[in-house]
Design a protein around this ligand. Structure first.
Ligand code: 3IO
Length: 340
């Protein structure tokens, strides 16, 4: 055995242990709890920024007692593995999109109907409030720590879409909840999670995308998709969840800060997304890539509204039939949408 090397290591280890205990002894901010927080898309995207904001605020408001280790970009869990990953303890907190899986989140799917939300700020507030009021069974095993939505999605396409004739048969990527919307307008919807979208656009698997418009910059889609049709469709819902039993085991003061942040994150995220993120991306896309906004004629606009309208009643009927409070949920969503 090489004794001198062993000794050097031992000295270095002793030194860093001393430095560490010195740090602990003099600082009031030694973390006693570390929480892992996983998200499927990059940190720079608006849900990723929401995660970073939450982590920073939790650390600050617990005086460093809690540390949050963030894992963005699907490094720990992908979009569809997130819910199980939380249950199995792969992560403490997981952020994903209930809209990707309306079968798993059947009541929350009602938020992603064509309900004419003006923006993400409004839809995020409504989502947070209805979830607290209805306590949907689909979140039964979870503590929902934050919720928010994207802005209503728009069609972003390679070729301009000025009418449903232009959309006829066009392959458009949508979330799970967005699939029936694209199909009702005559498009051919392809469901996929956001991380798969840039490649699907580049390789021509899809001719366009329906989602919030910041993706033009945040996923560089404006390089291929040069047209936005000015017709707001449906929001994507997001939920950050913890396993309920794990949450219950946290100290009361930490739980209280988490509750407090839950009441704030929908507004923080909505504002950031609506005001900075989307507007900045539209400007960048116009300046750098010549993005064009396509306006529908009044007749065409009304025709699209008429095609989407039945989706709401169909959803309510099906939800009611399955024993869910579909009518009450949508009635309350609409009421909350129009408040303030
Ligand atoms: C989204 C998901 C991850 C990162 C950025 C995003 N912008 C909009 C969404 C919503 C969404 O996932 C979607 O698929 O429309």
């Amino acid at each position: 055995m090489n004794r001198s090397r062993f000794t050097r290591h031992a000295v270095a280890a002793a030194f860093s242990a001393a430095a560490l205990s010195f740090g602990l002894a003099t600082s009031a901010s030694a973390a006693d709890i570390t929480l892992k927080y996983a998200f499927f898309a990059p940190e720079g995207t608006f849900p990723g920024q929401q995660m970073m904001q939450w982590a920073k605020e939790l650390e600050k408001r617990t005086d460093g007692k809690v540390k949050v280790d963030t894992y963005a970009g699907g490094t720990l869990l992908g979009a569809r593995e997130m819910w199980e990953g939380v249950t199995m303890g792969v992560t403490d907190i997981g952020l994903s999109a209930p809209s990707y899986d309306p079968g798993r989140f059947p009541l929350t799917a009602g938020m992603a109907l064509p309900l004419a939300f003006p923006d993400a700020t409004t839809a995020s507030r409504v989502l947070w409030e209805v979830t607290n009021e209805f306590e949907p069974k689909e979140f039964e095993q979870y503590k929902v720590i934050a919720m928010f939505t994207s802005e209503p999605g728009y069609l972003m396409t390679r070729e301009a879409v000025r009418s449903s004739d232009d959309l006829d048969g066009m392959r458009v990527r949508a979330t799970g909840s967005g699939v029936p919307v694209i199909n009702a307008l005559g498009g051919s919807a392809v469901g996929m999670a956001m991380p798969e979208v840039p490649q699907a656009v580049q390789t021509g698997v899809v001719d366009g995308v329906m989602t919030s418009r910041e993706v033009l910059q945040d996923f560089r889609l404006a390089e291929s998709l040069k047209y936005v049709t000015d017709y707001p469709m449906v929001v994507t819902t997001f939920a950050a969840v913890m396993d309920k039993n794990r949450f219950e085991k946290l100290p009361d003061d930490v739980k209280q800060v988490i509750e407090e942040l839950g009441d704030e994150m929908h507004a923080w995220t909505g504002h950031y997304h609506d005001v900075e993120n989307v507007q900045g991306a539209l400007k960048w896309s116009a300046d750098e890539h010549g993005l064009q906004i396509v306006e529908l004629s009044d007749d065409e606009y009304a025709e699209w509204d008429a095609k989407l309208e039945p989706l709401v009643n169909q959803w309510i009927e099906e939800a009611n039939k399955r024993g869910l409070p579909g009518s009450e949920y949508i009635e309350r969503v609409v009421e909350l949408r129009d408040q303030q």
